[in-house]
Ligand binder design. Sequence first.
Ligand SMILES: Cc1ncc(COP(=O)(O)O)c(C=O)c1O
Length: 442
Amino acid sequence: MPELIVDLIEASKKHEQYRDKECINMIASEGIKSPAVCQMLDMSHDLATRYAEGDNDMAGHVKKRYYQGQKYMSQIEDLACDAVKNLFGASWADIRLISGTHANTATFKGLSLASKNNKMVVTPLSCGAHISHDYTGLAGSILGIDNINHVYDLKEFNIDAEKSAYVIRAAKPGIVTFGGSLFLFPHPIKELKEVCDEVGAYVAYDAAHVLGLIAGGQFQDPLREGADFITSSTHKTFPGPQGGVIMGNPDTPAKEKAVRKIQHAVFPLTASSTHLGRLPALGIACLEMKLFGKELATQIVKNAQTAGQYLYENGVKVIAEHKGFTRSHQIALDIRAYGGGNKIAQDLEDANIILNKNLLPYDDQDTKENPSGLRVGFQDITRRGFREGDVKHLCDLMLDVIKGKRTPAEVKVDVLALKKEFCGVKYSFQSVEEALKHVKKA
Ligand SMILES: Cc1ncc(COP(=O)(O)O)c(C=O)c1O
């Protein structure tokens, strides 16, 4: 045991040095917290040991708790909830979820209870849905929800609204889901809202990947386009502490019923500790996105589009060229010509550029081990301060690896030098004190 602990501490230190200081991080599902958010987490250690089981009301505020000692905890939960609602224009939010998957669990369960219907229309897994939407994952294997797939247009890299309308009409699901993990273009919520209403289906939008872009007004606004509920992680493009959130505007009896069922699915069905220590930091992240979100999200999308164009001009097959590659924080590369997703992701890792291999919409779902694609995310490097010129320089390094012009070890030397220039976190507060000063002045 003592040796094991020494190794454990050592490995943890090495990890922090490696991924935080020496790697360029381009995994599209990861986020980067500001110094102020980290400091707030550090200031919340007691809170992180406490419990607050109970019920919430229609505003998402604490209604009833089962334990004593909640004097400030309930206030903290209400205030963090209000920060989320304010940022996203929602009248109700639940911030007790500890992850995006947890948010999907409670939402899918709640909506299937409210609709008394366990059919859900979802995007196919290889076309970008998250595993938690799928019959092989949470939705099917744990919640017993039957999946019916949206029709996906392989030319447009998006849900085919016209054909999906037929599917929804024929299947009469209780839930229609939008959003996903490989997510380049806004999904057709507006176009499908009417048919969802016609069959009585709730519309759920999984914003885990794009929540920060929504906060910055640079992606579709799901609640205004017809989504009844948004589910999300709070730690991808939204640069908060790891956690989950559900929100909506329950302005009809059907939506109020859904909120009650979702809340029941949160507690008592799927949560005991709700990991309260993250809530003050979530509030700080909301403030940062309120103030700097537009600028940050605009630059993230610009950087992703710049990389798409540059890699494409230099011979890499970047998906959706005819649509400008992306409108989100990520691009997708078809890398078969250079050895496939597995090989190139590993070569890039050897050069300290971290991203992931990914199934592309036209891949066979069984090729997960060596898919055609790479998914590349720009939210981390943008917050580090990368602008278009820096992105092109990084693409040159990636191209050297992809095309085998230099060995990964040679490129790694340049990556380390590049990373040294971008160790700070922009579009943020450097301390809680700084955030406090700002709001007091305002
Ligand atoms: C679309 C989508 N939803 C949900 C999740 C799960 O989020 P979490 O890791 O917070 O459980 C992910 C994870 O990447 C995702 O891509």
